[in-house]
Design a protein around this ligand. Structure first.
Ligand code: ADP
Length: 268
């Protein structure tokens, strides 16, 4: 039985009076918890049948007669769609793990430059038919945190820049120390841009600006909500600046006490 939760709001009323409004949000929090559990359970249950389907599709794909026959194309489509469903389920599971409270893992050293080099080569693969120029500018800074979570935050932002920029664009990725000791990760693209009314909502689950187009790019609308949760676990938040038709910058700052310099090389 959870403790009762009360949300209190203090509102200026007159020059020397304030109003205090209290609301019982116990029931709301219970419902929110039920929603989270439901999503986590459904995703978990969907994973097993999808794994079986994927296994059989792979087996069928090993048949050398497949490509020449009438089932080559349907097989490829099924493989693609099962793959999409699988990654959707994986993203939902990642999201429910991030939302679950109370499991604060101990932060570890995250070798950001190493993650960036991996990301740089992965990006070239994603970029193959888009012909963007992608530039990485990386300071030798590590941070404290969860390496897997940070990888998904970095990768999501870079993948979005590639997806939502028309062929031949410019993408700049940087990880830099700020004068005040924080570290900033930023991705700038010369892409579609986002209208102000959408910016406020794009970190919501399943929110996509252009649903039809995003479906073509294979998007689920979960990427940025994963990024948002990962960042809040690292005491940071996503900032967005964007001009419709010109491009966008997505960035976030990691607090100074989570950033470590390059002493490891000297000490080692
Ligand atoms: P998706 O899987 O659809 O990419 P995200 O949560 O990553 O989901 O992004 C939500 C929506 O925000 C996208 O569908 C897209 O409309 C918009 N968006 C995200 N990144 C960019 C970008 N760099 N440029 C323009 N639009 C973007």
């Amino acid at each position: 039985q959870p403790m009762a939760s009360v949300e209190v709001r203090v509102i200026p009323y007159t020059a020397n009076e304030t109003l205090m409004v209290a609301r019982d949000v116990t029931r709301l929090q219970q419902l929110e918890q039920m929603r989270r559990d439901f999503v986590a359970n459904v995703s978990h249950e969907l994973r097993t049948p999808l794994t079986v389907l994927r296994g059989y599709l792979e087996m069928i794909g090993d048949d050398p007669r497949l490509d020449a026959g009438p089932w080559g194309k349907p097989h490829k489509m099924m493989t693609d769609q099962v793959g999409r469903m699988y990654s959707l389920v994986e993203q939902l599971l990642a999201l429910s793990r991030l939302e679950a409270r109370g499991e604060t893992e101990t932060p570890r050293d995250v070798d950001v430059p190493a993650l960036m080099h991996k990301l740089e080569s992965d990006s070239q693969a994603l970029n193959s038919d888009k012909q963007h120029s992608i530039r990485f500018d990386i300071d030798n800074l590590h941070m404290q945190g969860d390496s897997e979570q940070m990888t998904s935050a970095f990768a999501n932002l870079v993948a979005n820049a590639i997806h939502y920029t028309p062929a031949g664009g410019n993408i700049e990725v940087s990880w830099k120390k700020l004068p005040d000791g924080r570290a900033r990760f930023s991705v700038t693209d010369t892409g579609d841009g986002i209208a102000p009314e959408h910016i406020l909502r794009i970190t919501e689950r399943f929110y996509r600006v252009d649903k039809a187009r995003s479906r073509n790019t294979g998007g689920s609308g979960l990427g940025l909500s994963i990024v948002k949760h990962v960042l809040s676990r690292h005491r940071s938040r996503l900032e967005i600046r964007s001009t419709l038709g010109k491009g966008s910058t997505f960035w976030f700052d990691i607090p100074k006490d989570l950033v470590s310099g390059h002493q490891s090389v000297i000490n080692g």
